[in-house]
Structures are given as C-alpha cells and as structure tokens.
Design a protein around this ligand. Sequence first.
Ligand code: ZN
Ligand code: ZN
Length: 262
Amino acid sequence: MIKDLNNQDFPPTQNRMAEKLDREEKLKEAEDKRQSANVHCIAWKNKACIFQRVEGDTKTLHDNIKKYDWVKCADCLCWGHFECFGVQRELESMRMRASKLFSCGCTKASDPSLAQHISGDPVDSILTDDQIRTLDYGLKAGRIMSNRLFLQQHPGYDPSLQSLYLTHLSIFKDQKTDDLSNRLLTVLSVNPTDVKEVRYTLEVLLPEVISQWLRVQFGMNRYEAECVLLKKTVIPLPPEKKDSVKTNTDSSSKPQDKAMLE
Ligand SMILES: [Zn+2]
Ligand SMILES: [Zn+2]
C-alpha cells in the first residue's frame, strides 16, 4: 500500500546535503549584499525574525506579507522589522517618526530578578486567563504573527527552524512547564482527544504565552523575549556612522535609509 509520505520523512543523501549547504552559502552571500534584505533585521541572526528566510531556499516565513516596516534603534543603530520588535503599526510608526526615540532595549539593564521570577513565580501568575484567551484569539485570527504557528500550518516548510523552536518551548523546569501546559489546556477547554488542538496549545501557545509574560512582566520587546526563550543573547549590530530614524514600508524598492547599512 502506498502511503502519503513527505520529502522530509526520508533522510537526505550526502550529496543532497552537500548541495543544500552549498546553496545555503550562496543564498546567504547574495542576501547579505541586498540592502533591503531581511537578513539586516537584528532578530535574524537569532532566528527570531518574523520574516526569516527558509533554510536553503529563497522563501520567507509569512510570505503573504509583501511590505515590511523597518525601524532603527536610536541607541545601537540596529535595524529591525516592526513585527520583530513587536511594535504596533500606524500609531507607533507616527510616534516614532515624530520623536526619533525608538530604542530596541539594548541600553536597558537586564532585570536581575528575572531568574528568580522564572523559578519562583507560580504558574497561575503567568498571564491572566483573559490574557491567555486574548493571545489565543489573536494568534488564530492572524492578528499576532507567530513563526511557530506558521511552521505548524506549513509542515516541511523549514524543518530545521521548526526543530529549533520545538526544542525551546519553555524557560521553566519540566514540572512547571507541565503545570502551565495543563493550565492552558484547561483555560481554553481543549478536548484532550483533539490532537491538532493539543499540539497547537503545547507547541505554539505555550511558548507564545511565556514570551508574552516576559514582555508584560519585564518590559521586554518581542525580540528580547524571543532571545530569552531561544537562550540567545541580545547582541546589537555594530553601530553605523550616520544616524537616522526612519521607517521604510516597501521591501521591493531599495529603501534609501537602508543604504546606510553598508
Ligand atoms: Zn525581522
Ligand atoms: Zn538598540
């Protein structure tokens, strides 16, 4: 009997792997040279960019979005997408254009009580039930963009990125992670036999709840929270000579302000 098997169910041969690595190298080089490329987003290197390019391919995540808003940190002069910093469009864009005061959080001292909160805070204090429901609704309605949800909805899109996310679902110890997972399943009244919904709750909602908690509790932006979750350090790009705070809304044309990235 012939079953539906995906490409990724077969381990790639050595030749195929070498070809893929070669292609990835070339794509990286080409990407680096393009001034409008997403590779210039600060979240990119930590694999936390919403528009992360798919490994070995030219596709990006959330490929339905064709326009990107960029913002530059006034302190470290790094660039990032609005979505990667978790900046809300329109209003924030106007405010930042006017004030030129956007900071990515690089100058903020890290909260020394973070580790204490991670181990000590009870599971019930990690967002309110309403905040969890709102987050769940936002994710399902597409109002909140999540790479984890996108990859779950597009199986085989970027297996290596997906496995990275799957190995960083929680910042809590196992027992606390289990307790939080159970709380989420209860709050959302998930039917335990609904495999799809259970998987969504444990692999998408759980890390998004933790990320949101870090943002609410410690004033982090999305990118900083993702770095904590992915256990990466928040390293700003080296400062540039000129300074400017502008946004660019079109990725297809060459943004003038991005020219300074060279
Ligand atoms: Zn980005
Ligand atoms: Zn900065």
